[in-house]
Design a protein around this ligand. Structure first.
Ligand code: ATP
Ligand code: MG
Length: 374
């Protein structure tokens, strides 16, 4: 038995192996390397690993790696690579320097294991934990909003008639004027409370079966008016009916709140696109979209070409009173109302944004079948 040959055979069966010279030029690759990278031996030998660099790791990462191995130490870490067809894969890597009697390494041997699936599961777990955290946070805020809005409603319910009664009984114009101011504030407060009730899903709904395309077609004029002339509205509706059970007034409010935000995000003009299309969510996609079970959905997408939302604000935009606008411009209730209404329609909402490119809101509402519609 030749132990050396057995060693090599075992290594080839279990790992992705490559050897390079002192400069990192590939001198040897095994079959597994070719398989995973999708490059042939001829394409790899004579080149550096730059060929499979995915661009994921920052320059410091590579500087540290080279410092370690050229200094004679073994480097271990996880690397993302790009295969020939552009697909990405992760490998757990060990790079071992060889000296052959010289001061500096004369070649390196890299032994790698495919950990793509492990990284995918790890990422999925991270997303699920984050989603759970977000859902719990919104649940708590919802409970708080419910409590505040009920108490506030009661308080306003006593203030308003009391002020009206003072106003009626007094002929002093100064008192009348003050009463007007108070009543105006009460009415503003009542509006805020109504938004909070919508967020905490306490408003009565009138859900009826509708073709979602008609709801959007009907509100088109109002959206155009909201956006103003400097923003172009594009309505892209699917060709076949897409039935949903919805409270039209509430859904219109969703559209107008999102359109108002889009307008504010595009002060110098731009494009606002509304798309309606049917989608089927399988369990995995459904998980990523939040707490929504797999199935058939009507997806309404709102896309703007505005300033976008910075990464660190993304988790907060649906919270009541989160706003980046001045006091006279926004209360920070628009998206929390959208969130409450969508959840109340057994739907889900997702936001994607790229600063300076734009923002995209996807709303998923359960599709009702034609038999049900008939
Ligand atoms: N399309 C968008 N582009 C960029 N930022 C957005 C967009 N939509 C929402 N935002 C950000 O999310 C924040 C919260 O939005 P939300 O609609 O809840 O409140 P608001 O617009 O600030 O106030 P209100 O809607 O009560 O008038 C905004 O202040 C803004 O920073
Ligand atoms: Mg708003």
């Amino acid at each position: 038995m030749n132990l050396q040959t057995d060693y090599e055979y075992a290594l080839d069966q279990s790992s992705i192996v490559a050897a390079t010279d002192a400069k990192g030029i590939i001198t040897y690759v095994n079959e597994k390397f070719c398989e995973i990278s999708q490059y042939s031996r001829e394409e790899l030998i004579g080149h550096t690993h730059h060929l499979i660099n995915s661009g994921y790791h920052p320059p410091e990462f590579w500087v540290h790696l080279w410092k370690t191995i050229s200094g004679g130490s073994i480097w271990k870490g996880q690397v993302q690579n790009r295969a020939k067809d552009g697909s990405l894969y992760w490998v757990q890597t060990s790079i071992i320097p060889f000296f052959k009697g010289q001061k500096r390494p004369c070649r390196y041997l890299a032994i790698r294991t495919d950990i793509t699936e492990y990284k995918r599961l790890e990422e999925e777990k991270k997303q699920l934990t984050e989603q759970l955290f977000q859902a719990q946070k919104m649940e708590v805020i919802g409970r708080l909003a419910r409590g505040i809005s009920h108490d506030f409603n009661n308080i306003l319910g006593t203030v308003q008639p009391a002020v009206q009664s003072i106003s009626h009984r007094s002929s002093d114009p100064k008192i009348q004027e003050t009463c007007e101011v108070i009543l105006e504030s009460v009415s503003h407060a009542a509006h805020v409370v109504k938004q909070l009730l919508l967020f905490s899903k306490q408003m009565k709904q009138l859900k009826v079966l509708h073709d979602s395309r008609f709801i959007l077609r009907d509100i088109q004029k109002m959206v155009k008016h909201t956006l103003g002339d400097h923003i172009q509205l594009v309505l892209d509706l699917c060709e076949t009916p897409l039935w949903i059970e919805a409270d039209t007034v509430q859904l219109q409010q969703v559209v107008l709140n999102i359109a108002t935000n889009a307008r504010d995000a595009m002060p110098r003009g731009g494009v606002f696109i509304i798309q309606v299309s049917p989608v089927i969510l399988d369990s995995q996609i459904a998980l990523r979209k939040g707490r929504v079970s797999p199935g058939r959905y009507c997806r309404i997408t709102f896309r703007d070409t505005g300033v976008g939302i910075p990464m660190d604000q993304m988790d907060h935009v649906f919270e009541p009173f989160f706003t980046t606008k001045s006091r006279d411009k926004g209360t920070g209730l628009g998206l929390s109302v959208v969130y409450g209404i969508v959840e109340d329609h057994q739907g889900a909402i997702q936001v994607d944004s790229d600063p300076d490119v734009g923002t995209c809101f996807h709303i998923y509402l359960p599709e009702k079948t034609h038999e049900y519609a008939a």
